[in-house]
Design a protein around this ligand. Structure first.
Ligand code: NDP
Length: 290
């Protein structure tokens, strides 16, 4: 085989980090970006800037996309659909499972193969330890390109349904955004009381580091539908989160985030789950709210 090569479209922080990783591994990398100037540091390292999207697609069979969302993909590839024939498009842009399935159909409809990807680490961790990307789509196609995809991170193929990589990715971000926001709320309360984020850091880190123990304990129970209140009861959880909300409000801090949690536990309480585990709210979440 000749020197390995690929095209990378989208040079935000993530696409640029990926291009860097491929160049470092000796790949021939053709790039295209709406804002062409973002290609300059990569061109200095040996990347080729394609003058048009059609040229970028013509340069290589394998085309990686790193864009804000799938709408950007249509905006870019829509102007060169004839050049998609025979390509393999790996879309590493965030979007919903439904939009990922639509995107796959659209690309397939233009004669190209397609994989969905969801990158779970920030740009500075691309090609580093612990980096992971979810993939979905045809398994044989994934295996064909696995070695190349593993340059940027470990590659975890979740199934043939094109929505699966996006779903696993969104599940991680569901956890990420609420966890990050809860920490920021705690920092705001700490600061309102003269405690710095640095003072809080070891304790906040300890609390987050304890989470896998909770997840490990409750996961088999959640899968069995076991909501026994033998370790903690929802009524205790409700009283606890009420104290969190009150502490935040007493500190003059917007406490809408813990208030949302308090409202959920209250719904569980009102639904007769006071003696069950607080984790029983997962059953409420699975239903439309009243
Ligand atoms: P950005 O949003 O910063 O940039 C992505 C690229 O999308 C840019 O090249 C931008 O072009 C292009 N783009 C956006 N809209 C259009 C459009 N309408 N037409 C043409 N080009 C468009 O994203 P990141 O690089 O930070 O991330 C890329 C993907 O990776 C995203 O889906 C993100 O959710 C995901 N991701 C990001 C992480 C991060 O920490 N950054 C972590 C994990 C996943 P231009 O330069 O011209 O604006």
């Amino acid at each position: 085989m000749s020197k390995q090569s690929l095209t990378l479209i989208g040079l935000g922080p993530m696409g640029s980090a990926m291009a860097d990783a491929y160049l470092a591994k000796g790949y021939e990398v053709t790039v295209w970006n709406r804002t062409a100037s973002k290609a300059e540091p990569l061109v200095a390292k040996g990347a080729v800037l394609a003058p048009t999207v059609a040229d970028a697609l013509a340069a290589n069979t394998l085309v990686l996309l790193s864009l804000t969302d799938h709408q950007a993909m249509y905006a870019i590839l829509g102007r060169a659909t004839e050049a998609l024939e025979g390509r393999t498009v790996v879309n590493l842009s965030s979007d919903t499972p439904a939009k990922s399935r639509e995107a796959a159909e659209w690309v397939n409809g233009h004669g190209a193969a397609y994989l969905t990807g969801g990158v779970t680490v920030p740009p500075h961790r691309i090609a580093g330890p612990g980096a992971l990307t979810f993939y979905s789509g045809p398994h044989a196609l994934f295996e064909e390109h696995r070695a190349t995809l593993e340059v940027i991170s470990a590659a975890d193929h979740r199934g043939e349904d094109q929505g699966l990589a996006a779903l696993y990715y969104q599940l991680q971000l569901d956890i990420f955004w609420t966890s990050l926001s809860s920490w920021l709320h705690a920092v705001a309360v700490a600061k309102a009381n003269g405690i710095s984020a640095s003072d809080l850091l070891p304790y906040a880190s300890g609390t987050l580091a304890s989470m896998p123990d909770f997840l490990g304990f409750y996961t088999p129970r959640l899968d069995e539908g076991n909501f026994a209140g033998d370790v903690e009861r929802l009524s205790m959880g409700l009283a606890s989160i009420e104290h969190v909300v009150e502490t935040g409000l007493d500190s003059g801090v917007d406490s809408s985030l813990p208030t949302a949690v308090m409202d959920l536990l209250r719904r569980g309480f009102d639904a007769g789950r006071a003696e069950d585990s607080a984790t029983s709210i997962v059953e409420l979440l699975g239903r439309p709210s009243a």
